[in-house]
Design a protein around this ligand. Structure first.
Ligand code: FES
Length: 104
């Protein structure tokens, strides 16, 4: 299997929003920035045990809900302390009305 899993309807995520996806025993977060571009990362903050889907998309960054660390959506690198370890990124795309996430 090539790693692509259906992550539900594309209209679940508004611009500047984040969605939690649980697939294959892992938690992921799928984002749209203000322009509507899609991004996906691991769903748990690398600093602590917090779900990034409960955080805020601010510009092209996700702000963790727990200690307000931030990460760039584009490449996952940490942009604000106390976050310092980059998030793993995953390919995500919209096909028709569905979102597809590659968890491989
Ligand atoms: Fe995310 Fe601390 S758990 S910044």
């Amino acid at each position: 299997h090539d790693g692509w899993v259906c992550a539900g309807n594309a209209d679940q995520i508004q611009n500047a929003d984040v969605l939690r996806i649980d697939a294959a025993g892992h938690t992921y977060a799928i984002y749209r920035n203000q322009a509507g571009d899609l991004f996906a990362t691991e769903g748990i903050c690398t600093h602590g045990n917090a779900h990034l889907a409960e955080g805020l998309v601010i510009g092209d960054e996700i702000e963790c809900p727990k200690h307000n660390g931030r990460f760039a959506l584009s490449d996952g690198h940490a942009t604000r302390a106390p976050a310092c370890v980059a998030l793993e990124r995953y390919p995500v795309e919209q096909r028709g009305e569905k979102l597809w996430l590659n968890t491989a």
